[in-house]
Design a protein around this ligand. Structure first.
Ligand code: HEM
Length: 490
């Protein structure tokens, strides 16, 4: 229900200190304690929490369905606040990034499966050529090129390769180096995301009043601007060319993210400079999130060697039934899907989710009015360890969600990519991550390649996964963990 009432600013209880010069950064080191305290006191309600960058109103995930009734224009992403001066505020100008992912990207996942599998194999083989022995390689160094390569399939293809006839495209075994010959664009695409994070973290260390000045002096922002120039130099002509074709009603020559953006953009969204920024936003939303989630899955797999054979059998059965990777193959991997979801449950990337700004006041069904301009968030981490939602919440049960799907009527629920009003995994409804099906497919394909082509393990003597690292709202897997790959006899 929309409301015009403005509650008093102090109407909500607070956890932790208010924003203050002396105690501003307490959240950095005590985030988990504060979020757990908030959950134990106000699990079904709301409270305020200062999180270094903003004063948030933490609300229960139980209100997701109610908030979903608001238009997206009233519940905005908080990117412009969290990543100020990075150009990422483009996502707040319209929902174009959502539309291209939820629409054409998702529709194209099935047909891309085989090609993506080959790209991952190719990336791994290239990587393995650079080390004399397949012994104790950094997990992140293995996964990153494979994910980048998958991602380039949808984002970067057009820079180098005209659209191929469908059959040829899908049957090509190694679509190969042509696809990503432009090293400059590739390093810009991935580097931009890192720089955005780094630059915004650096800016946060300065008082908000001086940020507009300091931003011009910071090295990290200079680096960001120069990356943006490279991205513009490479992408602008491509967008201009495609816009011309669109304006002349020519049929699109390509099937890729650039084309989907051009096809879907209306009005000012279609300006080439804005399309470049939108591409960079999509990079940021997609690559790191997928890489971190996949890293967690492999860290959990190596800690449970007994699950590898079970998953390998499921994969081989699926491939046999389908005669290779078809659109129907990935959804068949239900045990793997369950493993991935359990891994994500116990390794949430952030303690909070649904980072949104409310542009209208809104009254919840419990009578609480959320003021206009509140920065909303939901506590995710304590939810995933709440016994009332997950029996034995601290136990890693690889088949937890698989077993739930065995119940009548529940077969299609509890999936890695499922969106449920009771679960803030991807948030909900029109606010849910629109790239989740592509992320699911990529991670499944990565596991398939690594399990079918290799024996994987922790280095000798290690059986446990390394601890995650907590920094403020973030919870990151180890980036220094090595894993051992041994090629399986074919
Ligand atoms: C495992 C990997 C991923 C995770 C955990 C993840 C998680 C999320 C979450 C929780 C949100 C909602 C944020 C909010 O409501 O405040 C979101 C939004 C978004 N995600 Fe993902 N995501 C992943 C992968 C991807 C991929 C692969 C893409 C694109 C190819 C993508 C594109 C987006 C976009 C465009 C948005 C913003 C949508 C909007 O405008 O509302 N994500 N993601």
């Amino acid at each position: 229900q929309l409301s015009s009432r403005h509650p008093r600013a102090d109407a909500f209880p607070r956890v932790g200190p208010e924003q203050s010069a002396s105690d501003n950064k307490r959240f950095l080191s005590e985030s988990l304690q504060m979020i757990e305290e908030g959950y134990s006191k106000y699990k079904d309600g709301s409270y305020k929490l200062w999180t270094i960058d903003m004063d948030r109103l933490i609300i229960s995930h139980k209100f997701m369905s109610e908030i979903n009734k608001l238009p997206r224009s009233s519940v905005r992403l908080t990117t412009s606040e969290r990543y100020a001066y990075t150009g990422m505020d483009i996502c707040e100008e319209s929902n174009l990034q959502y539309e291209v992912c939820a629409g054409p990207l998702t529709r194209n996942i099935g047909p891309l499966g085989r090609t993506a599998y080959d790209e991952i194999v190719f990336a791994l083989n290239e990587k393995l050529k650079t080390v004399p022995k397949y012994n104790g390689m950094l997990l992140s160094a293995i996964l990153r090129p494979a994910i980048d390569r998958c991602y380039r399939l949808i984002l970067n293809t057009p820079l180098h390769l005209p659209h191929r006839p469908r059959d040829q495209f899908h049957s090509s075994r190694f679509v190969g180096p042509d696809l990503c010959r432009n090293a400059e664009w590739l390093s810009t695409a991935t580097g931009y995301t890192m720089d955005v994070q780094k630059a915004s973290e650096e800016l946060l260390t300065y008082p908000s009043l001086v940020r507009p000045i300091v931003v011009n002096l910071l090295k990290s922002y200079k680096q960001l601007r120069s990356r943006f120039s490279v991205a513009s130099r490479l992408l602008l002509p491509e967008f201009e060319k495609r816009n011309r074709a669109k304006n002349q009603n020519e049929k699109g020559e390509y099937q890729d993210m650039l084309q989907w953006l051009v096809d879907s953009a209306q009005g000012r969204d279609a300006e080439p400079e804005k399309l470049v920024r939108r591409m960079l936003f999509l990079n940021m939303a997609a690559i790191n999130t997928t890489a971190i989630t996949a890293t967690n899955v492999f860290l959990d797999l190596c800690a449970r060697p007994e699950c590898m054979e079970m998953l390998r059998e499921e994969i081989l059965r699926g491939l046999k039934e389908d005669g290779g990777i078809k659109s129907s193959t990935l959804p068949k991997l239900k045990k793997l899907d369950s493993f991935m979801r359990e891994s994500r449950r116990l390794n949430t990337m952030g303690f909070l989710t649904f980072q949104r700004r409310l542009t209208v006041p809104f009254t919840l069904s419990n009578g609480t009015t959320l003021p206009k301009d509140s920065y909303l968030s939901m506590a995710y981490y304590p939810f995933t360890r709440d016994e009332s939602y997950y029996p034995s919440p601290l136990t890693f049960d690889p088949l937890r969600f698989y077993n739930l799907r065995q119940k009548e009527g529940e077969e299609d629920k509890h999936q890695f990519g499922s969106v449920e009003a009771s679960e803030p995994l991807w948030t909900f409804g029109k606010f849910a991550c629109p790239g989740r099906h592509w992320a699911t497919a990529q991670i499944k394909l990565l596991v398939m390649v690594l399990l079918l082509e290799f024996e994987i393990s922790y280095p000798e003597g290690q059986t446990e996964r390394p601890e995650n690292k907590i920094i403020g709202n973030k919870c990151m897997p180890s980036m220094t963990q090595k894993i051992v790959l041994k090629r399986r006899a074919s």
